[in-house]
Design a protein around this ligand. Structure first.
Ligand code: AMP
Length: 113
């Protein structure tokens, strides 16, 4: 499978990795949209949030806890977590990833446009 995030997790593509555990890897976004822009991805290939099942519930909790710890390690007290789901949700890389954005005052705008 030709998945750039799988390659990053496997160490086969370059990335600035900031966190790794048995389930997740986090690395800096190559086109940052904020002073701190980190992507947190599952180590196994999961295309979108829609591919999770109720059995993944504890994994989802682990993802949020990792995001909280990574934000704290980055010195962020306020930040935004974004999870784009599917093409209509703005997802362009089809390996599930949580965006962690911070390092300034983020605009409150969410939505279309
Ligand atoms: P999304 O639009 O939610 O699928 O976000 C995909 C994100 O992946 C974008 O913010 C891209 O800048 C980022 N991205 C794509 N390729 C890489 C890469 N090789 N290393 C780090 N970030 C990447």
């Amino acid at each position: 499978m030709d998945c750039i995030f799988c390659k990053i997790v496997a160490g086969e593509a370059p990335a600035r990795i900031v966190y790794r555990d048995d389930l997740l890897t986090a690395f800096q976004d190559v086109h940052p949209a904020a002073p701190v822009h980190i992507l947190i991805v599952p180590n196994r290939h999961i295309a979108t949030l829609n591919d999770l099942t109720p059995a993944d519930e504890s994994w989802s909790g682990h993802l949020l806890e990792a995001a909280r710890q990574i934000a704290a390690a980055q010195g962020l007290t306020g930040y935004r977590l974004v999870l784009n789901v599917g093409a209509d949700g703005g997802q362009s890389v089809f390996h599930l990833h949580l965006h962690l954005l911070g390092g300034g005052r983020l605009r409150s705008h969410l939505g279309l446009g």
